[in-house]
Design a protein around this ligand. Structure first.
Ligand SMILES: Cc1ncc(COP(=O)(O)O)c(C=O)c1O
Length: 143
């Protein structure tokens, strides 16, 4: 039997220290799934669209009618772009009265995209402590 203590690598030690620090600062997050049948008081599904039978049917019909493949197959900047994505962007822009639209994977990604290209050297970004974490993260990345 080997009595040697299990040694962790420098990378594991560093990650362990970082996790410990996150836990100490109450910044360690965990994924949780809502139990089936629970009542939703905290998501962004204010209109209950996620469980709308009409929206579900409409989504499936659109998918059936316009998409011969599932997924983009890759980055839109390379070969993952599609007429379907572009037409949805045009439709969303028109709905919001904007000149153009841009689909992103999430609101978090939208903020990272925006704040990594709009602010230029010398610009000032004013925000408060209640700004969404994605803006916080984005702003601090662009410094
Ligand atoms: C203002 C704001 N920005 C960004 C996000 C992040 O969006 P997502 O969860 O799609 O990444 C949210 C999510 O609630 C938000 O309220």
């Amino acid at each position: 039997m080997d009595d040697e203590p299990v040694r962790s690598s420098p990378l594991e030690q560093r990650l362990s220290r970082l996790l410990h620090r996150r836990r100490a600062e109450s910044r360690l997050r965990n994924l949780k799934a809502s139990p089936p049948g629970s009542i939703d008081f905290s998501s962004n599904d204010f209109l209950s669209l996620s469980t709308s039978p009409q929206l579900r049917q409409s989504f499936l019909s659109e998918l059936q009618a316009h998409s011969s493949q599932l997924g983009s197959t890759g980055s839109r900047l390379l070969d993952g772009n599609s007429e379907l994505a572009e037409s949805l962007e045009r439709e969303l822009a028109a709905f919001h009265g904007g000149q153009a639209g841009l689909l992103t994977n999430s609101g978090f990604d939208a903020n990272v995209s925006l704040f990594s290209c709009l602010p230029q050297a010398g610009d000032v970004i004013v925000y408060d402590e209640l700004i969404h974490a994605s803006v916080h993260e984005s702003v601090h990345r662009t410094r």
